[in-house]
Design a protein around this ligand. Structure first.
Ligand SMILES: Cc1ncc(COP(=O)(O)O)c(C=O)c1O
Length: 389
């Protein structure tokens, strides 16, 4: 069988291949600790699960649901944006429900990028911005995220000829993989930039509710007039430990919402109603906020375990204020993150994500996830520190 040429350059998703390697090591008896994958290990709030179960028991909840999420789900997204960011959204025209935000990142390129259009993507960055662009026939321009700039892109450094052909600017804060955060003033700069150069600003914000030490992450829609040029992707996956539920949204510019909805309606037929109804409870029930605070305190403790161990090993890392990750430079003398992570996996059973997986400027780093229980995380870090000595 010969696949379409657009498939060229796409191998198995990194984590799919890694999963196979880990399964075979475990079959040989190796005790592998996974601190690579960016998924919450803890469950969602009980009252959210109960809402799903109750809804699933009813006989009238098993049919197809409205394309792009039910009106009640969209209203719940709007209520969340009002409660969380003081941002007003029209649920009918400015909110689109997604089967997890990942599909929306991909659909945006399909709906807006023509062959030859340039898409500005952060590097390192979440791989779907790149894959979506390439599969739409667009050209990538990598905006370096560097430690010396606080992992914010230097928008003024983008050449004028690139800007002329640029269609979309991707941003992602709190950031995966660098765990950097952006102040609202940076979003103000980005919105002004989008307006000046007629570029759609797409802000991907799935970690906006995974924050530590009292830090409050902003939405780009808090910038006055942002809806003229921007959309924001959000997700219940990390906010409420609901990654498997596949609940996300895109909000903001109504034209973009409309076209992505049209594209998406050709592809899928929305979600199971009980899942949407559980999502509505997560987004609107006041009990969720003390739950989020407690959950974030758990992550903060795990972050401290990782950061303290790395520092003990002589690796200088800042303690992240948000996200599910610690982005660590490789130890001195190491330059190849893929080879380094392969060695830690085989020699000490510790699986981390090589920075190079996240594209240009990711080399030289590894990503450590906080989605592992404290005792296992501690053991992984002890193995790593001992091995590095
Ligand atoms: C930056 C970023 N965007 C989007 C996603 C996709 O999240 P989901 O499809 O579960 O909403 C992830 C998941 O890890 C992510 O890290």
């Amino acid at each position: 069988m010969r696949p379409a040429t657009r498939m060229e350059g796409f191998g198995a998703y990194f984590f799919a291949a890694l999963g196979k390697k880990i399964a075979s090591l475990r079959a040989e008896g190796v005790d592998v600790i996974r601190i690579d994958i960016g998924a919450p290990d803890l469950p969602p709030p009980d009252f959210v699960v109960e809402a799903l179960v109750e809804s699933a028991r009813r006989p009238d909840t098993h049919s197809y649901t409205t394309y792009g999420g039910t009106p009640e789900f969209k209203q719940a997204i709007a209520a969340y944006y009002r409660r969380r960011f003081d941002v007003e959204l029209d649920p009918a025209s400015e909110v689109l429900g997604l089967i997890g935000s990942k599909e929306g990142l991909f659909h945006l390129a399909q709906a807006f990028v023509n062959p030859g259009d340039v898409v500005l993507v952060p590097a390192p960055g979440y791989p779907t911005y790149r894959a979506g662009t390439r599969l739409a026939g667009g050209e990538l321009y990598f905006m370096p995220l560097l430690p010396e700039n606080g992992f914010l892109p230097d928008l003024e450094a983008i050449p004028a000829d690139v800007l002329k052909r640029a269609k979309i600017l991707w941003l992602n804060y709190p950031n995966n993989p660098t765990s950097a955060v952006a102040p609202l003033s940076f979003f103000e700069e980005a919105v002004a930039f989008g307006r000046k150069h007629d570029i759609l600003i797409a802000h991907d914000a799935p970690y906006v509710d995974v924050t530590f030490d009292g830090y409050d992450a902003p939405s780009i829609l808090q910038v006055p007039g942002a809806k003229e040029v921007a959309v924001e992707f959000n997700s219940l996956s990390k906010a409420f430990n609901m990654a498997g539920w596949r609940l996300g949204c895109m909000v903001g510019n109504p034209d973009v919402v409309r076209y992505v909805h049209i594209y998406k309606s050709q592809v899928d037929t929305s979600q199971f109603l009980p899942v949407l109804q559980g999502g509505i409870v997560a987004l609107t029930d006041e009990r969720v906020w003390p739950w989020v605070a407690q959950r974030n305190a758990v992550y903060a403790k795990r972050r401290d375990i990782v950061v303290n161990a790395l520092r003990e090993a002589g690796i200088d890392v800042p303690a992240p204020k948000a996200s599910l990750y610690v982005w660590s430079p490789l130890p001195e003398g190491e330059t190849d993150s893929m080879a380094f992570c392969d060695r830690t996996l085989r020699e000490i059973g510790v699986s981390m994500t090589p920075g190079v997986v996240f594209g240009p400027h990711g080399e030289g780093f590894v990503r450590i996830s906080l989605g592992t229980k404290a005792d296992r995380l501690r053991e992984a870090m002890e193995r790593l520190v001992a091995w590095l000595k």
